[in-house]
Design a protein around this ligand. Sequence first.
Ligand code: PEP
Ligand code: MN
Length: 334
Amino acid sequence: MIIQLEPNITDSQKDQLKEELRKIQYKVNPVKTQFANYLVGVGKREFDIRSIGTLPGIRDIHRVSDAYKLVSKKWRVDNTVIDLGDGIRIGDGEPAMMVGPCSIESEEQVALTIEHMKKNNIRIMRGGVYKPRSSPYSFRGLGPDGLKMWYEQAKEAGIKIITEVMMVDQIEGMYDYVDIFQVGARNSQNFNLLDALGEVDKPVLLKRGISGTIDELLASAEYIFSNGNERIMLCERGIRSYEKAYRNTFDINALVMLKEKTHLPVIADPSHGIGLRRFVDKIALASAVAGADGIIMEVHHEPEKAFSDGQQTLSFDQAERLYKQLKRLEWLRE
Ligand code: PEP
Ligand code: MN
């Protein structure tokens, strides 16, 4: 059960509510986010929802019996819109394109990527400065200095930054330079990290775990929301399957299922989704048709020379061809 409280609920009204919930033996978790105060009740007893819903001080009440509640569409039918400022909104019908390299590598690379983005009217840049790599000997990112260098150029160009945070300890140092914190597939169930991002007042893009189910992804999002941060996007980036012909199995089904189950924006990552450059455009187009609220993908001025994930990274020309196709589909605006 979820109860949204009126902002001006009095202490005696709260006591009356608690008493009613005690009677039906519901365990109650208070949740305070940047937007509202809720009580999330967990219990098994049948009860008459009107007996609680009509109490003073309550704005809204719903029965939600799934493990995830606040992120469920059963609770909130209106889609969540994430406002990044400067006229950039995600989830309100205007699809979000987020492009950039797998890893931030150099000043020159950042400058060239920003030039490509400005030419194509794209305002959110992706890139990793802390890279989760399967091998410890692979390039692991430029770290905080790389982030600051990137930030200086992005700020100048009016471009927003999305980048991966891997540890709770990194959040504070990254905070001033980041517009969206990305939680990578390997950390999709790092509950300490999710708790900590719940306390941050910046949006989070949460990726599906490498072998994560849809319910697990939603439950992970619930960690962030129930710790106070409502500004979450979910990202399908392909899952591990028995198929070895491509890097991951992009689960297009997940896009439509997530759109049905949650009010949060759903973003597709076709680059990691298939892991093969020659097919990234097709998977991106399929994602747009399937109703993705945005696409995050890897581009590079010289993909063959990229420090990481070059094999799935589009050149600027290839990316431009894709933008044109996305416009023809009337997914991206002219
Ligand atoms: C990335 O975005 O470069 C990345 C490492 O993604 P994922 O966590 O989906 O593997
Ligand atoms: Mn990558």
